[in-house]
Write a protein that binds this ligand. Sequence first.
Ligand code: KG4
Ligand code: ZN
Length: 342
Amino acid sequence: MIHLKPARILAIETSCDETAAAVLENGRALIASTVASQMDVHARYGGVFPEVASRQHVLSILPVVEQTLAKAHMTIQDMDAIAATRGPGLAGSLVVGLNAAKGLALGAGLPLIGVNHLEGHIYSAWVHEACDSPDPEPAFPLMALLVSGGHTELNLMNSHLDYQRLGATLDDAAGEAFDKVARLLGLSYPGGPSVQEAAEQGNPHAFKFPRAWLEGSWDFSFSGLKTAVLREVKQSENVGRPIPVTDMAASFQAAVVDVLFNKTMMAAREFKVKEIIVGGGVSANGALRRAFLGQKEFKVNIPPLQYCTDNAAMVAAAGYFRFVNGQQDDLDIDVLPTWPLS
Ligand code: KG4
Ligand code: ZN
């Protein structure tokens, strides 16, 4: 049982291609948040170029921290702890944020807390703008669907910081499937938002794409779906017909949403949870949000769009619960690029 106490956390997130910092109070109230996206830099490569990402983080990290503290009208002395993403993610990117956090912690004499990025995505459900009155906190037990660019997992949480991984993807993550299908359809990077935009103009029933239900398990699989899209693209090319991009995007998105939504609902019923959390970049998807928010069986916590994709507010929230649970890391910790949540 965690004893909640007041605490103000400065958090840093640099696991992939966003340099982010945030100040959060008491695990929920967001005072300031900054996200410097490198999207434009990576767009020309059609994906994240790891070495370029690390070097962009080096350029941005201290300005982003300074801007965040300035927006909060605070200094580092006003903080109780410094949290930073320790993994999973790109090693060269993680190193920049974690080392910046170590320097700040050492300089200010504050505790350092290494946070799991996936835990951050789940704890984005606790974040609210400090100026807004908060919704009630997510209630345990709850089912957490984590859908990002690198991960797709269903976790049962019976209490804070406690994860029972029920299933995960056997191949591509949901976000990765969006990114790969965007490439097949000639849509721009990042794939998720561009597939969604194309899908809004298309017919989700135009193509009967496969759904891998993997009955009897809580795992997921998206590679067969991606192959089915590839097959249709090739067929269009072979007969010299333009690729029906919008219908294919809509049918692909419908297949992904169908499986993610229905398997999560089945798991929520089976484990008799009180609420559902959906987190990670793919939780920004409009069709997925409509599916979850359109049902009345379970209360669903999905973060506002700006806290679905990578940000530091979520790292601060997870960092707070770690902090009040007694976690304090040594200043010689390394990054953990493949760190599992459980
Ligand atoms: O959580 P995130 O920002 O980074 C990781 O931790 O991986 O997730 C990024 C992923 C990418 O694969 C991106 O294409 C996907 O989230 N994504 C979306 C949408 N916005 C971002 N996928 C579907 N629809 C969206 N609107
Ligand atoms: Zn992420």
